[in-house]
Design a protein around this ligand. Structure first.
Ligand code: FAD
Ligand code: FES
Length: 287
C-alpha cells in the first residue's frame, strides 16, 4: 500500500525505530534517505515525520521532514544538509537506526470531481509533499513546476516530465535537460499562457518568498491556493508551541491568532494566513 487519501488518513502517529535502507546524495547538496520501518505506516501526501538519528547524537529535538514516498513498510525523505541534525542524518550508513514519529500534520487534500487542474509550485526541499501528491493524485492537465538556485539544487532523478524545471543560474544543469532560467513562478506563468485550462488550484511548498508569490499569483486570478509551511519545530505534535504561525481571524479581538504548524498545518489555505505578520521572523537552529 502507498499513500492513503487525505480523507481516510491515519488518525494516529507511530513512534518507531526505522533502519536505514539507503542514504545517498541525489544531486548537489540534496540527499535521499530510505528507511525500513517495522510495519507499514499509512500516511497522506503533505504529512511529515520527526526524525532523530539517536545513536549518533545528543540532539534534544527530532527534526521535521516531509514524507517523499511511502510504500509498504518503507518511507523515504529528501533532505538538504543545513546544520547539526541534517549533517548527522547524512552520516548514517545502511542498517543504522533512526527514530521516526509519523505520520504528522494535515495533508494536502485529494482532488474530487469539482477540483480544477492543479498547478504545483515546489522550491528546493519543498518538493517532497508535492512530488508525493502528484504521484498519488496527478491527472492529465496538472502543471508541476520545480525551482532551484542552480543545477546542483535540483534532484533530477525525481523530476522527469511532466515536471518543468526553473533554475536561477544554469551551472550544473545536465546537457540533456531543458530548463527555464528564472524563478519558478515566472516558469509557471509561461506554462499557464500555453495551457488549455483556465482555472487552477495552486499547491505550493518551498521558501517563504515562493509561498508569498504563489499566494499572490493565485489571489490575482481568484484561484484557490494551499501552501505547506516549513516552520521551525520542536516537538512536532502540539506541545512546545515552537512552530506557531499567524492566521487571520475576524472573530478574535486582534483580528488574528496563532496556530500550530505541526497540528493545524503544515498545509494552510493561503488566504487564511496573515502574511503581514508571517515570514518576517528569523530563527536560529534547533538543539
Ligand atoms: C513540516 C516540515 C517539513 C520539512 N520537510 C523538509 C524536507 O522534506 N527536507 C528538508 O531538507 N527539510 C525539510 N524541513 C526543514 C528541516 O526540518 C530543517 O532543515 C531541519 O530541521 C534542519 O535541522 P538541522 O539540525 O540540520 O539544522 P539546525 O542546526 O537546526 O539549523 C541550521 C540552519 O537551518 C535553519 N533552519 C532550521 N530549520 C528550518 C526550517 N524549518 N526552515 C528554514 N530554515 C530552517 C536554521 O535557522 C539555521 O540557520 C521541513 C520542515 C518542516 C517544519
Ligand atoms: S512543534 Fe511543538 S507545538 Fe508545533
Amino acid at each position: 500500500m502507498g499513500f492513503l487519501d487525505a480523507a481516510c488518513r491515519e488518525p494516529r502517529a507511530w513512534d518507531l525505530t526505522g533502519k536505514v535502507l539507503a542514504n545517498q546524495p541525489i544531486s548537489g547538496g540534496l540527499w535521499r534517505l530510505d528507511l525500513a520501518l517495522p510495519h507499514e505506516v499509512p500516511c497522506a501526501p503533505g504529512q511529515f515525520a520527526m526524525l532523530h538519528p539517536y545513536e549518533r547524537t545528543q540532539l534534544v529535538f527530532r527534526r521535521p521532514y516531509s514524507i517523499l514516498a511511502a510504500q509498504d513498510a518503507t518511507m523515504s525523505f529528501l533532505y538538504r544538509v543545513v546544520g547539526r541534525g541534517s549533517s548527522l542524518l547524512a552520516g548514517l550508513s545502511q542498517g543504522e537506526p533512526v527514530a521516526c514519529l509519523a505520520p504528522l500534520g494535515r495533508p494536502f487534500p485529494a482532488p474530487d470531481a469539482q477540483t480544477p487542474a492543479v498547478l504545483l509550485l515546489a522550491g528546493g526541499v519543498g518538493l517532497p509533499p508535492l512530488h508525493a501528491w502528484l504521484e498519488r493524485y496527478g491527472r492529465p492537465g496538472d502543471l508541476p513546476c520545480f525551482g532551484g538556485r542552480d543545477g546542483g539544487d535540483v534532484p533530477w532523478p525525481l523530476l522527469p516530465p511532466p515536471w518543468h524545471v526553473a533554475v536561477e543560474r544554469l551551472s550544473g544543469v545536465p546537457s540533456d535537460r531543458e530548463v527555464f532560467q528564472g524563478l519558478v513562478t515566472d516558469l509557471a506563468l509561461r506554462q499557464l499562457a500555453a495551457a488549455a485550462a483556465r482555472e487552477y488550484l495552486v499547491l505550493a511548498c518551498g521558501p517563504m518568498p515562493l509561498l508569498r508569490a504563489a499566494a499572490a499569483l493565485a489571489a490575482a486570478r481568484g484561484w484557490p491556493c494551499l501552501v505547506s509551511v516549513e516552520e521551525h519545530m520542536g516537538c512536532g505534535y502540539g506541545v512546545c508551541k515552537g512552530c506557531v504561525v499567524p492566521l487571520r481571524d475576524p472573530a478574535s479581538p486582534a483580528g488574528w491568532r496563532n496556530v500550530n504548524t505541526c497540528t493545524d498545518g503544515p498545509v494552510f489555505a493561503a488566504g487564511d494566513l496573515d502574511w503581514d505578520r508571517f515570514g518576517s521572523r528569523q530563527g536560529g537552529g534547533a538543539s
